[in-house]
Design a protein around this ligand. Structure first.
Ligand code: ATR
Length: 276
């Protein structure tokens, strides 16, 4: 049977095996998908070994997405500029190829599942790490009017802006200096940082028309979602839909079949509600 896996450290929390098992059952595809805890110093070796032993595809999660990008001999679409990949496979010539499906996943959840449109909108992204970088090409492709990246370490936000030289709508700021306009969309792409407390930010970022989206998900409201609600945001979504959609895109790349996601999102929400 074709073998797939997710590599990360830590990995115990991963819902990817659960999601891909449902996709496989739903589409009648025969495959196994497991989760592996990979030691920090043996990632490259583990990837080589997995494919050498006949593995078909890998998902890559924290903290290995940048190293996976470095290993890829060819990069699909947005992965050329993200500097991080979350999906690996071998092409017909045996080359190791990398894709980043996080951006597609986020955009599909925002636009298809939640009915939002980003064209001409003002967007604020909190965080400038791998998660922010990974979704930037797909976000910019939606033609927003303005994208402000705010980060604790200003230089990292500036580095992303500098990477997109022909994109005048993009700007960087510290959290304190975010322009106090009512953003249409605020995306939390900060990793664990914002999960316990929110940084000090100017008032006036959130209006009654602002939609907020946390790339993080869990069984209960995240700190960012609570902040958004308290600020009077119109909507505050978690990243559970993005998780399932990025998995669906990876499944499509590997198997050429696009799974239905709505039911899987609902089932996963039920599961997390029960188990946290
Ligand atoms: P990921 O790949 O998940 O994005 P990362 O590349 O380590 O992880 O980036 C983590 C992001 O969360 C960064 O934007 C980081 O801010 P810095 O660039 O200033 O480090 C942000 N972050 C992590 N801990 C934070 C904290 N305690 N307060 C504010 N931001 C934090």
């Amino acid at each position: 049977m074709d073998r797939y896996a997710v590599f990360g450290n830590p990995i115990g929390h991963s819902r990817s095996p659960w999601i891909h098992e449902r996709f496989a059952r739903q589409t009648g595809q025969a495959l196994v998908y497991t989760a592996s805890l990979i030691e920090l110093d043996s990632f490259e070796q583990a990837v080589q070994q997995f494919f050498a032993q006949g593995g078909s595809g890998l998902n890559i999660t924290v903290p290995f997405k940048e190293r996976a990008w470095g290993m890829a001999q060819c990069r699909l679409g947005s992965a050329q500029s993200t500097g991080a990949v979350n999906t690996l496979y071998r092409d017909a010539d045996g080359r190791l190829c990398g894709a980043n499906t996080d951006g597609v996943g986020l955009l599909r959840d925002l636009t298809h599942n939640h009915g939002l449109s980003l064209a001409g909108r003002h967007v604020l992204v909190l965080g400038a790490g791998g998660a922010a970088k990974g979704v930037m090409p797909d976000l910019l492709a939606q033609a927003p009017d303005r994208v402000c990246i705010a980060n604790r370490t200003l230089s990292k936000a500036e580095a992303i802006v500098e990477a997109y030289t022909d994109t005048p709508c993009l700007s960087a700021s510290s959290y304190e200096d975010i322009p106090p306009i009512g953003f249409d969309l605020i995306v939390n792409a900060s990793s664990e940082g914002l999960q316990n407390t929110m940084p000090a930010m100017p008032s006036g970022l959130v209006s009654a028309n602002t939609c907020c989206y946390d790339m993080v998900y869990g069984g209960k409201e995240t700190v960012f979602q609570r902040w958004a609600r308290e600020q009077g945001a119109k909507m505050a979504f978690d990243g559970l839909g993005m998780l399932v959609e990025q998995a669906a895109e990876a499944f499509f790349i590997w198997r050429g079949v696009r799974p239905e996601t709505e039911t899987v999102i609902a089932q996963l929400r039920d599961l997390l509600g029960q188990n946290g």
